[in-house]
Design a protein around this ligand. Structure first.
Ligand SMILES: [Zn+2]
Length: 304
């Protein structure tokens, strides 16, 4: 096959990459994101070589010698164990995104609950989620395993780094195994916080101005966001505007969370449920700065 010049190959030794995949396997298993033998992880070694996890092995107990190598069509070219049955999902994402070297697929319970409920993920709630995740699409359901299932990610794969797979789980991707996994962990924590705060009786949304500040920060750091590309014009930014046109096709409707109030006309803080008491005064400038600095420290990137 033709070599895509945009694909960056790694200089890391194969043994180190295998250890990194086993390490992320332990993390997804220990977090409860991959019950039994669920989940799969891959890393692009070169233009036509992808390292991947085997089928029928717990991701919490993998050894480097368990891993397989496939070509970009999914044919196994190395490894004792049989490659993951979901490798076509990984390869489809890598073909669409030359910048992506690693894909992580698993079934984190809170994000998967949204996948089963077909409930869109509310936005404009947590600063770091706004900056690092953006809008999260839910794909159309297909029986897992084949190319038809893998193709369900295609409409979204260029505008998001983590997707929810209807009635199934999540898939996230990035330049390294660590970064590919990172989106999944942030998304599941966010889904859990949304469910807990809703159970407490109120989800408070950031105002349009507060969200715009976060998107400006995101742009300053070099992260793209479709909402910024659209100039936020005629866009009720807190209402999943980016992927809303796909909801009908995927059977997604808003039920568990109220629609955020329209933000264009009312600059006041918007609350989805009636507030019995005034929300606590939060200095969002201080909060955003603290949260983003901590995340950047952990990622090893400058926030200044
Ligand atoms: Zn799965």
């Amino acid at each position: 096959m033709a070599t895509n010049p945009a694909v960056k190959t790694t200089t890391k030794p194969l043994s180190k990459l295998k250890e990194e995949i086993c390490d992320i396997g332990r993390r997804i298993y220990n977090k409860g994101f991959a019950a039994g033998n669920d989940g799969n992880i891959s890393f692009r070694l070169g233009p036509n070589e992808v390292l991947c996890t085997p089928t029928m092995v717990s991701k919490g107990f993998m050894k480097p010698s368990d891993l397989c190598i496939v070509d970009m069509e999914g044919n196994q070219i190395a490894g004792e164990r049989k490659r993951s049955s979901e490798i076509l999902l990984h390869l489809t994402i890598m073909k669409e995104r030359p910048d992506v070297n690693s894909v992580v697929h698993c079934h984190p319970p809170h994000a998967t609950a949204f996948a089963v409920a077909r409930e869109p993920i509310p936005q404009c709630v947590l600063p770091e989620v706004e900056v690092f995740l953006g809008d999260i699409p839910i794909t159309k359901y297909e029986t897992p395993g084949g190319q038809k299932f893998a193709d369900t990610v295609k409409p979204y794969v260029k505008t998001a780094n983590v997707l929810i797979l209807a009635n199934h789980g999540t898939v996230s991707f990035g330049e390294t195994v660590e970064k590919a996994y990172w989106w999944t962990e942030i998304l599941d924590a966010y889904c859990r916080i949304l469910m807990l705060s809703r159970d407490l009786g109120r989800v408070t949304y950031l105002t349009k101005q507060e969200t715009k500040e976060l998107l400006d920060l995101k742009q300053k750091w070099g992260y793209s966001d479709p909402r910024l590309d659209k100039g936020m014009e005629n866009c009720d930014i807190c209402a999943n505007d980016v992927f809303r046109s796909s909801w009908g096709n995927a059977g997604v409707t808003r039920k568990a969370f109220d629609a955020p109030p329209p933000m264009g006309a009312d600059p006041q803080r918007a609350a989805a449920a009636p507030a019995a008491v005034a929300p606590p005064a939060i200095d969002y400038d201080v909060l955003v700065k603290a949260v983003t600095e901590q995340v950047c420290r952990e990622l090893g990137i400058g926030a200044a």
